[in-house]
Design a protein around this ligand. Sequence first.
Ligand code: HEM
Length: 380
Amino acid sequence: MHHQGHDLTQSYIQAALYLGVFALLGAGFFARYIGPEVARAQAWRLWYLLSLGFLLALGATVYGSYHAVWMLGDPSLLLEYWTETSQGNLLAARAVLMLALLGLSLGWARFDRWLWPPLALALLLSLALNSHAGTKGPAIYLTDLVHLAFGAAWAGSVLALALTWPRTRFEAVRVALERLSKLGLISVVGVGLAGVVLAVVQLGGWDNLFGSRYGRTLLLKLGAVAAVLAVAAVNRRWLMPRVRQKAVRGLGTVSLEALLLVLVLALSGLLASTEPPTPAPHRLSLEGNTGAQRYSGQLYAEAGQVQLQLELRDLRGQPLNPAPAIPLRLVKDGEAVEQTLQPLQRAQYRTTIQVPPGTYEVTLALPEETLEYTLVVPAR
Ligand code: HEM
C-alpha cells in the first residue's frame, strides 16, 4: 500500500472547483430545461448562483495554477505555465469556457440553444482530463465525463431549485419538480454506473476499498451519496404527491438534498486529490547490494503460484561461497507460507510455490539484510 503525502490545499481547490462548476452549469441547465418559469420569476437568485459558481470555479482554477507553479518553486512562471505547458493550456481553456458560459447566460449570444450544451460538455471534459481518470485512456475519461454530466445536470438543478423555490408560484415549482424528479431517476443510474466503473478502475481490487486511504475516502463519499438518495426517495414518495395535491407549504426536503449534495461534492474534491492505490506488480526484478554481497534475480507470480530465481555473488562478481540457506516467507491475510531455499549450485536458488490468488507480503532473509516486497498473485 502506498500512502502518499496528502495536500489539503489541493482538496480545497478541487472541492471549490466542483461546487463552482456544478453551480454554474446547474443554474444554466435549470433555467433552460428544468424550470424556465421559476428561473424567470427568481432571475436574481439564479443569477447569484450563476455568478457565485463562476467566481468559485474561476478562483479555484487560477489559484490551482498558482499553487502548481508555487509547488514547482517559482510563482513568477504563472504566465509561461498557462501558455507553454499542456496542463496550463487546459486550465486556461477551462477559464475561457467558463467565461463563455457565463456570457451565454447573460444573453450575449443568439445561438444559445446550440452553443450551451457543447460548451458545458467541454467544460466538464476539461475536469475529466485533469482527474485521475484522465491518465487512464479515453474510455475511462469518457466514463468520467458521463459521471460528471449526469451529476452536474441533476445535482446542479437540485441546487438551483433549492435556491429558487421560496416565494415562487406553486404551479411553476410543481412543473420544475416533476421534471427534476424524472431527470433524477435517470441520473442516479448514470452517475452510479459510471461511478462504479471509475471506482473499480481506480481501486484495482476489493482489498483497496478498506485497505487504502483512497478506498476509505470513497466509502465516506458513498455514505454521503446514500444520504442524498434517502432524501431523494423522500422527495419522490412523500413530497411529490403532496405537491400535486397542494398539500405542502415548501420544498424544505429539496433544500436538505441540496445541502447533502454540497457535502458529496466536497468529498469528491477530497477523493480527486487523494492518490489512488498503485497496484502491486506481478513481476519484480531483484537487484542490489547488501554489505559485501550482490543479489540479482526475479520474483514472478502467475495464476496460483509464485516463482523465485535468485543468485548471490560477492563484490568481485564470484558466486558466494559457501552459499547460505535463505528463508523465504509469503504472508497473505495473516497466513504465512514458509520455505528455506537451499542453493542449487554455486549460490543459485530457484523455487516455485503454489499459493491461492491474492496480495502477498514476501520476505527474503538474506544473510545481511531482509528484503521485503509486495506481490500480486492473479486468479486463474
Ligand atoms: C450524488 C452523486 C455523485 C456526485 C454528485 C458525484 C460527483 C463527482 C465529481 C464532481 C467527481 C470528480 C470528477 C472529476 O474530477 O473528473 C467524481 C469523481 C468520482 N466519483 Fe462521484 N459522484 C457521485 C456519485 C458517485 C458514486 C455513486 C460513485 C461510486 C460508486 C462515485 C465514484 C467516483 C469516483 C471513483 C470518482 C473518481 C475520483 C478520482 O478522480 O479519483 N461517485 N464524482
